[in-house]
Every structure is written in C-alpha cells, then in structure tokens.
Design a binder for this molecule. Structure first.
Ligand code: GLN
Length: 454
C-alpha cells in the first residue's frame, strides 16, 4: 500500500487517479494486517486497488467524471466495492474515466484526458475508454488491479490499449447496485488486472447474487482460480467470419491468426463460424445505449444531486433544469441524451428503438446458434487498432470514435461474458489484445481458455 501510494504521488502526468484516499488505504491495510495475523486471509487481503469513479463509495466523492455530480458524496457503498472491501482489498483512490462511461478514449472526463503509460516517440496516447483511468493505473503499476465497467467495451478496449487483462462477466453476474447507471440493460462491472489469474481471483469476489439488483442472477459463484488448469484439449473455438471487417489491418489479422494457432497448439479445435447479424450491432448499440442513458440521466435535475446552476431573477424551475443540465453535462453526454430522447419519442419509437431491440434479439440468437453447435468460445480481435493519439479523433465526427467498439458491443447486446487478453505488440511496439467471448455463466471456462493465450 505504501509503495503504491508513493508511486501515485509521482504519477500526476497520467491523470489516472482523480481522488486519492490514503487515509482509507492505510486504515484498510492495517485491518488487513490484523486479519492476516489472526489467521483470517480473505481472497484480496491487503491488496491495493483503484476504484473507477462510477462506483459509489461511502463518504468518498463520486462524480462519474461529470460536472453535474460535483460535490456528491454517497451515503452508501456499492455492492461491488463492499464485496471487495469485505474480502480485504485496500482502496487507494478513485479513478478517472469518460463522463458517465460514455466514450472510447477518456477524453470526455471533467477531470481531463487520461494518458496511456505506453508511448511512441513523443505521441501522447489514449489508454482507451471509458475505464481509461483504471487501465492506465494498472499498466503503470499504480495499483495491483482496478475495477472497471463495460457497457459496450469499456473494460476490454482500454485493457487491450494498455496491455492488461479485462473481463466483462455475463450480464447479471455482478450487482449493479450503487454503480452509477449508464445503460442498465448493458452495464456490467468487472476486474482489470495484470494477469488472467488476478482477474479470476478478483472476479470471484465481485460476483454473486444481490437482492438489491433485480437483474442480479441467483447462481453459485465457482472458484474461478481453481478452473485455470491450462487444459483446453478438445475445446471448440469459433472464428467468426463477419469480424474480418473491411479494412482490417494486416497486423490485426495476423494477431488473430497467431492467437488461433496458439489455441490449436494447446489442443483446441478451431472452427469457422458465422454470426450473420454482426454488422447491425454497432447501430443497434448506439440506439439502445443512448435511449437508456437519456432515461437514467433524467435524475440529474439540479434538485437531488450535485451541481445546480446559478439562477437569474425570474427564472422558474424549467430554467433551473435547463441551465443545470447545460452546464453540468459535457458535449458527448448531451449528444447521447438528445439521440436517446429522439429515438424514444412517440413518433420514432417503433422506427428506431423497437427495431434496435429486434436486432438485439437476432444478435443474441446468432450466438445461441453457434453455442448450440458445440462452440465453447469465440476468438476475435479486441479492437480494430492499437491505441491512438489523444486529440486524434475529431469530436465533430463521433462515428469515427464509435467504430472503436465494433468488436466489443455485440457481447453486451447478447449479455455474454467477454475477456481481453494482451496478445502481442503492434509494429510501433504498442500492446494489442485478443477477445474471447464465452457462453453465459461460463466465465471459469473462458478464463481458462484466455490463460492459454498468456
Ligand atoms: N465506447 C462505448 C460508448 O461510448 C462503450 C462505453 C462503455 O462500455 N461504457 O458507449
């Protein structure tokens, strides 16, 4: 804990931690020492971690990297952080992220951009988003692990950009209670770690039924670490042809082929599969996620939480809402709220929102079909490229940014578990990740297959 605290102190240039909690960390570390001395060693005992600013932490500022939550201090602990603390984890502080987890480059945060510790010449690179602070902090050894959340790729893409492991579990595995909501039918928490073994350990602590989240699954949580046998003989790994998108770079194609070869050498059977509705995933996601966001973010009205705009004489309640939301939300969040409100409006609901929901069902059925054919997991690239430079993607062309999620959003739409594992370096020497997609509730199997790629 002391070592991490001192490295964090010198890490300002990365802008990964936005709120340090050294007093809490030291108190938790002391308590962990006492538990160890008493012969009680829970899974995460004394392990210093960082917490994404999306998780409510009792008595510790939580802003989802948004101005609108300025001054908000939760009076309750999220289920995820409570479970981690019960298991002995030490919280070093809160980690930067894209505002309300909307973004793929950590450039929408009220705290400013996060910097990737990996560099090429003097280009300053993004760690990806939205869990960019978590990724940067783990990759730069500011903490041993961090929590992330993934609505369309926000654990897996930053993990790939920084050379670490990130897993999004099956929808319903981790409680969403006390985690600031973005798109409730897609959001899942997960660990971001240096190795698959660490991910297995931490995920086990984070999972489990929670009566406070009605979508939380009442299923036993296996010992994931014990499932890392390294034996993947006879596992059927699908290679979906639709992921070989137009313009896929030669180095990403090679990474993918090399990954398949590694799994084959380890005894797996590699099969070609088809997920025919893949091309509709990105447009469906960018209808469904903003629709849910526009509804979830309606609560930030200047009355109940955080920031409230200064009002002029004669302003009424509508002025208060309007001014507060105009000042409190950044551009990307405003764009999503407007898109979401539009697709949910009476005249367009059927044409956009309902159609996107039907597409979502077809995407889910694509996966069900290949799993019914005996496929155990699906191998794809995690991202279409290595980390890009901060400021390189234009804010006026959001589609360019959204295309980063092309390999990850299908997994959230289908509610499946997905993991990103570091798999090699680009020609410029930057980390690249491979994604494995698993069957629902089969995170243990997925982690074990991912372990063979390490
Ligand atoms: N990049 C995607 C988005 O902006 C995914 C974000 C996430 O997973 N939280 O919506």
């Amino acid at each position: 804990t002391e070592a991490c605290l001192s490295v964090i102190e010198g890490s300002g240039a990365l802008n990964a931690f936005v709120h340090n909690t050294p007093e809490i960390a030291r108190a938790q570390a002391k308590a962990a020492d006492a538990r160890l001395a008493a012969g009680d060693a829970p899974a995460m005992c004394g392990l210093p971690i960082g917490i994404k600013d999306l998780f409510c932490t009792k008595g510790v500022a939580t802003q989802a990297a948004s101005r609108i939550l300025e001054g908000f201090t939760p009076e309750y602990e999220s289920t995820i952080t409570a479970k981690l603390f019960d298991a002995g984890s030490v919280m070093l502080g809160k980690l930067n992220m894209d505002e309300f987890a909307m973004g793929s480059s950590n450039e929408t945060s009220v705290y400013g951009d996060v910097v990737n510790p990996w560099k090429v010449d003097d280009r300053t690179l993004t760690p990806g988003g939205s869990s960019g602070g978590s990724a940067s902090a783990v990759a730069a050894d500011l903490c041993l692990a961090a929590t992330g959340t993934d609505t369309g790729g926000s654990i897996r893409q930053p993990a790939a950009f920084t050379g670490i492991v990130g897993i999004k579990p099956t929808y319903g595995r981790c409680s969403r209670w006390g985690t600031v909501a973005f798109a409730s039918s897609l959001d899942q928490a997960g660990p971001m770690t240096k190795s698959v073994r660490d991910a297995a350990m931490m995920l086990e602590v984070m999972c489990g039924h929670d009566a406070k989240d009605s979508t939380s699954a009442d299923l036993a949580v296996p010992n994931f670490e014990a499932m890392l046998t390294g034996d993947i003989k006879g596992k059927k790994i699908g290679i979906p042809k639709e992921y070989r998108i137009d313009g896929i770079s030669a180095e990403i194609a090679k990474l993918w082929d090399d990954g398949a070869a590694m799994l084959r050498d380890a005894g797996a059977e590699i099969v070609d599969i088809s997920l025919p509705h893949t091309k509709y995933a990105l447009p469906a996601y960018y209808v469904i996620a903003p629709a849910e966001a526009s509804s979830n973010l309606a609560r930030y009205d200047g009355v109940r939480y955080g920031h409230r705009a200064k009002l002029a004489a004669g302003d009424g309640i509508d002025d208060m809402y309007e001014k507060t939301r105009a000042e409190g939300f950044g551009h990307e969040v405003q764009r999503r709220v407007m898109v979401g409100t539009y697709v949910l409006s009476a005249g367009f609901y059927d044409a956009y929102y309902n159609r996107a929901r039907r597409v979502r069902t077809l995407i889910k059925q694509d996966f069900e079909n290949v799993f019914a054919q005996g496929v155990d997991a699906i191998l794809t690239p995690a991202t279409p490229s290595a980390a890009f430079g901060l400021g390189e993607m234009s804010e006026s062309d959001p589609i360019q940014m959204y295309l980063n999620d092309v390999f990850t959003v299908t997994v959230n739409l289908a509610g499946l578990p997905g993991i990103s594992v570091p798999a090699g370096l680009s020609s410029e020497g930057l980390p690249l990740g491979l994604q494995l997609i698993g069957k629902p509730w089969e995170e243990g199997d997925l982690l074990n297959i991912a372990h063979s790629l390490e």
